[in-house]
Design a protein. Structure first.
Length: 604
């Protein structure tokens, strides 16, 4: 705080400054420093003569474009945060999804910031595909006047970790753009790394912001804000479990849990189409076997991930560290920790396919047993592990229909692999060990790329086999509460009608009440011929094409690797058959639907 005795300011000036300075953000302080520097460069004194006007700082147009490509909304959320920080620095910011960005304006951009996730096995997320293809195509311009930086989001358990972000980073450099700040690759626990990248970007741009004009508004394309809650991915809400039911009937070889969770007093808000993040606990049997295999004491204290806080080894491995997924980076670290283990052979050049096959379907216990990782201290071992990631589940309830509640639809995963039974971490926790009255750490994950049309009269087509039907229960619950009159058509599939028809009574009620206009089902194990949702779509091709012509929005939710590809192939086949389009025309039609937000996917 300024003191009048050791400063050149008068008492009233000191009081003004002491009220102002503590309220300034870092960006405002940087702007003020630049402004004063600009005054000094014009020859103006610290105090202007009475009656004279104070010279204005030179107006240097500072512009930045922030583009995001996001499947689940993480990149978009971080892009909005960066945009706000740049605005404080005096930048006029254009914030846009890649699918909404017109690439013919790329050459005019001076400062470009790209935030993008990698989806599946190294693919761009849906709303980044068109921009990705343009930038990597022959029409991409030279960008010698551009400065840029890239934030890449990914998951180290996938072979092509952060590939999309790396591709953007490399391609922009190839086109002549200059890297303003180094690319940062983020794992699923991305908060700290993303914050470091944002800081490095702000530090880089602040060097050129002296004399900038007053902060300007962010120009946003198709980006909306939501009310914030104190609870988030890094600070989950401990939610009470209200109910936990098995949706499958007697005789089913599947177990699907319907989970009802209270959000009361959390201020967590969600919309149909959003997901709920759940922090699970590892299976106690796997934890015990891992501790026994390494000869550790389960009560030994070890640090928690990225924290000085400690817990017992058993509690840390149960609730804080990931122990069920192997990745190349983890195996590399283990090879350094135990050089005699033989892991270096698995990592040697030419062994890429062997490594790929080894990590698939194996966990940490396999690694310990197969490569004799004994003699390692618990503290050094857990220091190589990453924090257990949250699992995201499509929300299956409407907040209007169930205030202060959120519902999930979770299918239990269990299978045998490499001589042992394997358990889905979260699904087995929910189905075997989570009881009503217990709490579950949760947060809301916005998904702006999977939303009901703004106009409730717009027809919708929903395609969701198995648990992929979850968000459509939320959609119809919301449309019922709103009194929406738009037509709706649901394609649903599973194995058996008698035991696997999830939420059957609710669909029937909505059909009776007219909330759901039409429903086609496919139960693949009830007939000699396996029938799936894409087959029902092709059987109804004429009607489905007419719905598309009437402006229907198509939603697909579920398995990305097979179902979503088969459904897309069916849509293209329908466009060709009923619309008389060629291959390229049908693909272009679907691409345009995607750009118009009429073809939305929530696939995993």
């Amino acid at each position: 705080m300024l003191q009048v005795t050791n400063s050149p300011f008068q008492q009233d000036q000191v009081e003004l400054l002491n009220r102002l300075l503590p309220t300034l953000t870092d960006g405002q302080r940087n702007w003020l420093s630049g402004y004063l520097a600009a005054l000094q460069s014009t020859g103006a004194g610290a105090v202007a003569p009475q009656g004279a006007s104070v010279p204005q700082a030179p107006s240097i147009p500072l512009e930045a474009t922030v583009l995001f490509g996001s499947q689940t909304g993480n990149s978009q959320k971080l892009a909005k945060k960066l945009s706000g920080k740049l605005q404080e620095q005096g930048f006029q910011v254009t914030l846009s999804s890649m699918i909404d960005f017109k690439p013919n304006g790329l050459k005019k951009i001076k400062n470009l910031f790209v935030l993008v996730s990698t989806h599946g096995e190294g693919d761009p997320p849906d709303n980044a595909i068109s921009f990705y293809e343009f930038l990597h195509g022959k029409r991409a311009p030279q960008l010698e006047e551009m400065s840029f930086s890239v934030l890449a989001l990914g998951d180290t358990s996938y072979e092509f970790f952060c590939k999309t972000g790396r591709d953007f980073d490399q391609r922009l450099e190839e086109l002549g753009a200059k890297r303003l700040a180094p690319r940062v690759d983020c794992d699923v626990d991305f908060d700290e790394s993303a914050e470091q990248w944002i800081s490095s970007v702000l530090e880089a741009v602040s060097r050129s912001s002296a004399g900038a004009q007053a902060p300007l508004a962010v120009t946003s394309q198709s980006v909306s804000g939501t009310q914030a809650s104190e609870y988030s991915r890094s600070n989950p809400f401990q939610a009470d479990v209200l109910d936990n039911l098995n949706l499958n009937g007697r005789g089913s070889d599947r177990e699907t849990r319907h989970l009802e969770i209270s959000l009361e007093n959390s201020n967590l808000q969600y919309e149909p189409g959003d997901s709920l993040g759940v922090y699970p606990r590892n299976h106690p049997r796997l934890v015990d076997e891992l501790i026994e295999a390494l000869g550790w004491n389960e009560d030994e204290l070890v640090p928690l991930p990225k924290s000085a806080e400690e817990r017992s080894l058993k509690e840390a491995l149960t609730g804080y560290y990931e122990i069920t997924v192997l990745s190349k980076p983890l195996i590399e670290h283990m090879a350094e920790l135990v050089p005699t283990s033989g892991l270096n052979h698995l990592l040697a050049p030419g062994q890429e396919q062997a490594l790929r096959e080894y990590v698939k379907g194996r966990d940490l216990l396999d690694l310990v047993q197969d490569y004799d990782l004994n003699g390692v201290t618990a503290k050094s071992f857990v220091s190589l592990l990453r924090k257990i990631p949250a699992r995201l589940y499509s929300i299956s309830s409407s907040p209007k229909a169930y205030p202060d509640e959120v519902h999930l639809t979770i299918r239990k995963v269990h299978y045998e692999s490499h001589g042992r039974v394997r358990y889905g971490v979260c699904s087995s926790y929910v189905s075997e060990r989570l009881e009503p009255g217990q709490t579950l750490p949760v947060f809301v994950q916005e998904n702006p790329n999977f939303k009901l049309p703004a106009n409730p009269d717009t027809p919708i087509i929903m395609i969701g086999p198995g648990t992929g039907v979850a968000p459509f229960r939320a959609f119809l619950g919301e449309r019922e509460e709103l009194g929406a009159e738009g037509k709706s058509w649901l394609f649903y599939g599973d194995q058996h009608f008698s035991s696997d028809f999830l939420y059957q009574i609710e669909w029937q009620r909505w059909l009776k009440d007219g909330v759901l206009t039409r429903m086609d089902v496919a139960f693949s194990r009830d007939t000699d011929r396996k029938v799936y949702v894409q087959h029902r779509m092709l059987e109804r091709s004429k009607e489905l094409y007419q719905w598309l012509q009437d402006g229907a929005v198509v939603y697909v939710c579920g398995d990305e690797k097979k179902m979503a590809h088969d459904v897309q192939a069916a849509l293209i086949a329908i466009l060709k058959q009923e619309g008389g389009l060629g291959d390229e025309e049908a693909t272009a039609y679907l691409t345009q639907m995607q750009q118009d937000k009429r073809y939305q996917r929530d696939v995993y």
